[in-house]
Design a protein around this ligand. Structure first.
Ligand SMILES: [Fe+2]
Ligand SMILES: [Fe+2]
Length: 337
């Protein structure tokens, strides 16, 4: 889901893409540019500038990490879902996120990086993932709000990625977006049920919305004026809509949904601007955003430790699968001999 961090660097240091090396062969470069200009697709076997490849590896791997770390806040609630129906829905949703991670790791591997390299970067803390997953899901209303707002923000972000210039990424996003749509609806529907319940349930929903709203707005990443890589990403057809435009689309789409739900959004400056034909909204706390992106949010350490443990606990599965594959290969060779 969750492309916020995909426009931030993995490690401290330069926040701008390196300029293209002058030694890139002019002819291949011209062919690449022509393909981009014609809104074509770059495929794994095609030549591409090193900076384009690096940008995609960073973005797709951060996206993949976000999907699998994103399983954790809601995974905590599978054993505590209020009914069998809610448990089945949540299980399906969390499994979808695992699947999204797998498609995206596979897409990134076509660019010449390995699954081990990407996971090592995540587990050692060098790689980023979406900051939104470093906040806790305190009660069942949080699970609904994550579906409604976090997956809702993800859809805004990811629909344009279906038209990304890199073929394997664009194709992976088509199915991901369909599943994200189900995630958003299941969250919204769970909240509608709570809002028709007791006053205590309505209060829980409002409290969860208050805690998640601003963090969801920050998911779209820094303002365009502070996103040095965005221009190049747009030029390459990787990014199709700017952070601020996506954020505005999200606000405009969410306001009427909040009204139907019967909750208020915690922003006194939120109001319709007749002239712009959009909603105005208040300032976002970017210090908090960067603090969380840089590892100091409330759950960063817990999320990473859980991920590393899950990876270690799964070592025997990977070993068994490799041993099985070796055995099959030996059998095939014997039969062929
Ligand atoms: Fe997802
Ligand atoms: Fe999702």
């Amino acid at each position: 889901m969750y492309t916020q961090s995909m426009s931030v660097p993995d490690e401290a240091g330069s926040r701008t893409v390196q300029p293209l090396a002058l030694s890139e062969p002019a002819e291949r470069m011209a062919r690449f540019d022509a393909c981009i200009d014609a809104d074509g697709r770059i495929e794994p076997q095609d030549w591409m500038p090193e900076a384009y490849r690096k940008t995609l590896v960073r973005q797709i791997s951060q996206h993949a990490h976000s999907e699998i770390v994103g399983m954790l806040p809601e995974g905590n609630w599978i054993s505590r879902a209020p009914s069998l129906k809610r448990k089945a829905i949540l299980l399906a949703k969390v499994q979808d996120e695992g699947g999204h991670g797998l498609y995206l790791y596979s897409a990134a591997e076509t660019l010449g990086t390995s699954r081990d390299q990407m996971l090592d970067a995540l587990h050692s803390g060098r790689a980023k993932y979406s900051s939104i997953f470093n906040y806790p899901t305190l009660n069942w209303a949080d699970v609904g709000v994550v579906g409604w707002l976090v997956d809702g923000a993800a859809i805004m972000n990811q629909v344009p990625l279906c038209r990304c210039s890199y073929g394997p990424y664009a194709r992976a996003m088509v199915r991901v977006c369909k599943e994200e749509s189900f995630h958003q609806r299941q969250g919204y529907e769970a909240l509608l049920v709570m809002m028709r319940g007791t006053q205590a349930q309505r209060d829980m929903v409002q409290d969860a919305v208050n805690r998640w709203w601003w963090k969801c707005l920050a998911m779209f990443g820094p303002p365009d004026s502070d996103s040095p890589n965005s221009g190049q990403g747009m030029r390459w057809g990787i990014k199709r809509v700017s952070n601020d435009d996506l954020r505005q689309q999200f606000v405009d789409a969410t306001v009427p949904q909040a009204k139907v739900l019967g909750v208020s959004l915690p922003d006194p400056l939120l109001k319709w601007n007749e002239e712009r034909q959009h909603h105005d909204y208040g300032p976002i706390d970017w210090d908090e955003f960067w603090n969380t992106v840089n590892g100091n949010g409330p759950c960063n350490k817990e999320r990473l430790a859980t991920r590393v443990k899950a990876h270690q606990d799964g070592a025997w599965v990977r070993e068994a699968a490799l041993a099985h594959a070796r055995k099959q290969e030996q059998r095939r060779m014997k039969e062929a001999a």
